[in-house]
Design a protein around this ligand. Sequence first.
Ligand SMILES: [Zn+2]
Length: 116
Amino acid sequence: MHELSIVQSVVEICAARAAEQGANSRVTHITLEVGALAAVIPDALRFCFEACTKETMLDGAELEIIEIPGRARCLDCAGEVSVTRLFGTCECGSAKLILIAGEELKIKQMEVEECA
Ligand SMILES: [Zn+2]
């Protein structure tokens, strides 16, 4: 399950950033952007998140996942097409599509709280 390694690196990055704000900081909320074509299952991320955050600065943090639908631009008619797979065809019949959205996998936002 590669979601586990993704979550582990997200936790590492967020913990490092929180640590910069103070040793007693705590991450309360994380927003992830996950593209529909990123080959990542949001439910698996949520499942791993709880296990990976135990006894870290992220313990108890809320995980919000924003799913970004796949979109591509057609090189022949310049139209925008929504895609659910990496390869698709445009309404005009062209298969010359370039992905413009849907492969994202990034930390969009995190909230840190200072504990006294
Ligand atoms: Zn087209």
